[in-house]
Design a protein around this ligand. Sequence first.
Ligand code: AKB
Length: 315
Amino acid sequence: MKRILITGALGQIGSELTLRLREIYGNDHVIATDIKVNPQKEAATSGPYEILDVTDGNRMVEIAKKYEVDTVMHLAALLSATAEANPVFAWNLNMGGLMNALETAREIGAQFFTPSSIGAFGPSTPKNGTPQDTIMRPTTMYGVNKVAGELLSDYYYHKFGVDTRGLRFPGLISYVAPPGGGTTDYAVEIYYEAVKNKKYKSFIDKGTYMDMMYMPDALNAIVNLMEADPAKLVHRNSFNVTAMSFDPEGVAAEIRKHIPEFELSYAVDPIRQRIADSWPNSLDSSAASEEWGFKAEYDLVSMTKDMLDKISKKI
Ligand code: AKB
């Protein structure tokens, strides 16, 4: 049975991943950590919780040893738009945190997971059906961090034998914890605004396609990748994964099937638009399917129905 340390456990992925892993491996086997003091979230109250600033490597190792973990899942990071607004801080947090997490895994001999992103690609990457192995010359600080992170994770595998694995996540959509500071966040906001106000002003322009995935599929992908037979893995850091690709008009059209009066307008944010324009339209996730059986259950139709349903009950 795994014993897992999660950093950034109160963030968008961590809030749900912590609970999911506790269901599978037991509450005491999943150690949630985050920088927040006295949090009331379920991820902090349903099992062990420790305060951790990921730039403090000694404290990370101390917690990992205290709980005798055998797996480190490093989620704490700044997302694309926030990183673009604070590039030096983003480098220090995203790369410093990752280095500490990899060092922790190396020191205690743990398996390791960290998410990469579609942000690892750039304007010279093939835009449609973006291959697993292709040009990666991102033009954002977030993307630079993600490519460097992929390379660093592979380095720890080859150099030190750390069992590092990763996923290039698209925009993740969930009704549980809000994202913060991402370029794909519009695709979450649009559902909340549709339920609350029946209208939404998008900061991403019409015709801008990006990959997306519903959170339950993202959680399954993490669990399945970490349980995958290492002998079958040709790639490690990181696998393209996706479930759908749409632009704001596409998601609005699907919402209108449930809320016919829903109105979409635009107030494009030039910074986030520039980031989105540098990312792929749609990824090819066949390497993930072939090497460890990745398959997404939700498409735009089933996700929209579930999101609207769950948000209506929540607010
Ligand atoms: C972001 O928009 O920054 C993230 C991502 C795609 O990595 N959601």
